[in-house]
Design a protein around this ligand. Structure first.
Ligand code: ADP
Length: 347
């Protein structure tokens, strides 16, 4: 008899240890309250999520929900609610335990849904942005086409002007769709980057030569500097050139006529570096954290005017990260504008 009792007690102890370990390490929060609403137990996750100290408060001091209504639920019924704690979103489930006995109470399970919420918000914002970006050129195309149809007697120069607007708006929509497709290929892992050994400095020089005329047209001083010897890099040359082209085109776009744009290339043991520094309009402090987000623009009107899609920097970041590199923005103190630096590992 004594042996049976001992073994049963061992089993119970074992079960209790198992549960304690589970509660201690689970990422969801768990709280238990007695029938009078006083606290019985809380795991560390619950304390962190609700910002509670060692002294646990009673049920009604934490939750805006009548305790008795939960206690009267019959299993498997439960109450559900959402709560916001600072920037954290929590989903809470309330259920009674031991519905008949006097020993029962209420169990609360807490799930952190902040990431899910953020992803939902980003998705909504993204859909709103795409719709907005396409609606503006679409409205223009429609109204100019209608005007052309409704006014057969328009002077030919005006008709030509309207047709040119239609063409450039269609081009803009085409660029947006192309950039979105590029990003979506990255998102779905369908844009594998090539791995070939190529001379990094030559890639930068290519871009430098390609944009020379644009800078000249705006009387901008464009320079290219190399520090020391620049090694070859193992990566996708055309994608890397795309990043450099995007950054240099931005520098030209956002720097007034007569401004200065300096390109620099250097290397250390493991990485090659590229920077482009301009003395243009620069980027206000508050916009810096969102700079690489899709469709984020500091000056929407100026970006649209110069044919921007607001997706260039997001694409740059995707490509650079695929190359295991980094891209960052610094204020250009020397020149008083913007400066972007790209770091790419040699191998
Ligand atoms: P866009 O197509 O509008 O140029 P990007 O993603 O390339 O889009 O850039 C996002 C925004 O960052 C731009 O709209 C612009 O406001 C800002 N920006 C980028 N590069 C520069 C720069 N060199 N100087 C000032 N602002 C810049």
């Amino acid at each position: 008899m004594a042996n049976v009792l001992e073994s049963t007690l061992d089993q119970i102890e074992n079960e209790r240890n198992k549960l304690n370990t589970l509660f201690l390490h689970m990422t969801d929060g768990v709280l238990a309250f007695a029938r009078d609403g006083s606290p019985i137990h809380s795991n560390p996750a619950a304390k962190v999520m609700l910002g509670l100290g060692d002294e646990l408060p009673a049920f009604n001091e934490i939750f805006d929900l009548p305790f008795d209504s939960v206690l009267q639920l019959r299993r498997p019924d439960f109450e559900e609610m959402e709560m916001q704690k600072g920037s954290t979103y929590l989903e809470l489930y309330f259920a009674p335990f031991s519905e008949e006995g006097q020993q029962g109470g209420v169990l609360v399970l807490i799930h952190d849904i902040t990431q899910q919420r953020k992803a939902e918000e980003l998705r909504k914002e993204f859909v709103a942005n795409v719709s907005h970006e396409l609606r503006t050129p679409l409205t223009n195309v429609k109204s100019y086409a209608e005007t052309l149809l409704d006014s057969p007697d328009l002077p030919p120069e005006l008709s030509e002007q309207f047709l040119n607007v239609i063409l450039s708006e269609a081009d803009r929509m085409g660029r947006i769709v192309q950039d979105l497709l590029t990003l979506s290929r990255f998102d779905y892992g369908r844009a594998e980057l090539k791995k070939e050994l190529f001379p990094f400095f030559d890639a930068v020089k290519n871009v430098y030569q390609a944009v020379g005329m644009d800078a000249k047209r705006r009387s901008q001083q464009l320079s290219l500097d190399m520090e020391g010897k620049i090694p070859d890099v193992l990566g996708d040359r055309s994608r890397v050139e795309q990043v450099i082209m995007n950054l240099v085109s931005n520098a030209i776009k956002y720097t007034p006529d007569g401004g200065t744009i300096a390109l620099k290339v250097w290397a250390d043991e493991e990485n090659v570096f590229f920077s482009v520094t301009d003395n243009g309009i620069g980027i206000p402090e508050e916009d810096i954290p969102r700079l690489f987000e899709r469709f984020y623009r500091v000056d929407k009107a100026r970006s649209r005017e110069s044919g921007g899609t607001g997706l260039g920097l997001a694409i740059c970041r995707n490509i650079v990260e695929k190359c295991n590199g980094t891209i960052s923005y610094q204020k250009s103190f020397g020149l008083g504008g913007a400066s972007f630096t790209v770091t790419i590992p040699k191998l």
